[in-house]
Design a protein around this ligand. Structure first.
Ligand code: DON
Length: 341
């Protein structure tokens, strides 16, 4: 059994069950080999629309896996910090769902994939809600809900919660924040459109400022793997044991990540990789293998959707080599039928 979660390694002819036991070092060998395979990949470009992001070293590359019992397997630049950007979106959504309940949150934001780029200026016909919380319009709406409730304390509240999810104290990169605040005209337009339709409260500028700060939280790729492992571990941090989210809330977050987390690549991602995930324009990818492990990758060169090129390749190959896809024939699911037979 791999990770003790009801998932087995692929069998080949002549193999016996004894051959399928995977000692820890084999996972490390796989991570090392994926790192070596994709390190030469130089497809894609570093994001420049937030000027400070254009300073990122395009060659930096890190891969980290954290199991729900806290074992870590990693390769490359796993200590290099970068801003979390859109990878923050599932976590603020989770905070809002937990604090206000999903019926209340869904009055302001939908859960439908948009099929449009992350920064599109578009709302749902009829309701005027953003399509989902993983695109900018939806994330700004969620942050505005938190701000409406917590006012000036929201940033501290957010940092505290993100730190619990990551298991270490996180802070903001003031230069990236300032750079986005100065140049975020498109997000400002989105915030004012939301204000026009009464989706965000009157202090839309303060909520937008908070959104810029939330995107500027510094993490490394090990943090992303830990945060993913917290979700995989039903909301409890694998090492500290602290509860960051309730199990109901984790279900809501993972559902939206699964359908909308990789922007207008979400359908292909669900088909090829098949686990809930979220990417960000600084080059981070966070993926959750339910009840088993968290994956974090960092590489700043992005494809045309805004997803990290190396991150996509590493996750795709990991999923195929380990049978991680939720609908993989080797994934036996929760086994609830066994409990009622
Ligand atoms: O709102 C923005 O444009 C950025 N702060 C975050 C965007 C982002 O990461 C989308 N990612 N693919």
């Amino acid at each position: 059994m791999l990770f003790g979660g009801g998932r087995v390694m692929r069998m080949t002819p002549g193999m016996t069950m004894a051959d399928t036991a995977v000692p820890q070092h084999e996972i490390q060998a796989l991570v090392d080999s994926l790192y070596a395979t994709y390190r030469p990949l130089s497809d894609g470009d570093v994001a420049t629309y937030i000027p400070e992001l254009s300073k990122a070293d395009p060659d930096v590359f890190g891969v980290s896996l954290v199991t729900t019992d806290g074992r870590t397997f990693e390769a490359g630049d796993c200590d290099r910090e970068f801003t979390i950007q859109s990878v923050s979106k599932p976590f603020t959504f989770g905070m809002a769902v937990e604090e206000f309940g999903h019926d209340e949150v869904l009055k302001y934001v939908g859960v439908e994939p948009s099929g449009d780029p992350f920064n599109s200026i578009e709302l749902q016909n009829g309701t005027n809600r953003p399509h989902n919380p993983m695109i900018n319009a939806g994330a700004i709406t969620v942050t505005a809900l938190l701000h409406k409730h917590h006012g000036d304390r929201t940033l501290a509240h957010l940092l505290e919660r993100f730190s619990t999810i990551a298991g270490r104290e996180l802070r903001i990169d003031p230069d990236v924040y300032e750079s986005e605040r100065r140049t975020g005209h498109r997000n400002r337009a989105i915030a004012h459109l939301l204000l026009n339709f009464g989706i965000v409260h009157a202090d839309a500028e303060a909520a937008l400022d908070l959104y810029f700060k939330q995107c500027s939280i510094l993490v490394n790729c090990r943090d992303l793997a830990m945060m993913a492992a917290t979700l995989a571990n039903m909301g409890a941090h694998p090492l500290t044991g602290k509860t960051a989210f309730s199990v109901q809330c984790v279900k809501d977050v993972l559902s939206v990540m699964f359908t909308c987390g990789m922007y207008d690549y979400s359908g292909q991602w669900a088909y090829r990789v098949g686990v809930p995930a979220k990417s960000g324009v600084s080059g981070g990818v966070l993926a959750v293998v339910n009840r088993q492990l968290g994956i974090g990758t960092y590489s700043p060169r992005l494809d045309r959707y805004g997803n990290s090129c190396r991150g996509i390749e590493v996750c795709t190959e990991l999923a195929s080599r380990l049978g991680l896809h939720v609908f993989d024939c080797l994934n036996i699911g929760s086994g609830f039928l066994d409990t009622i037979l």
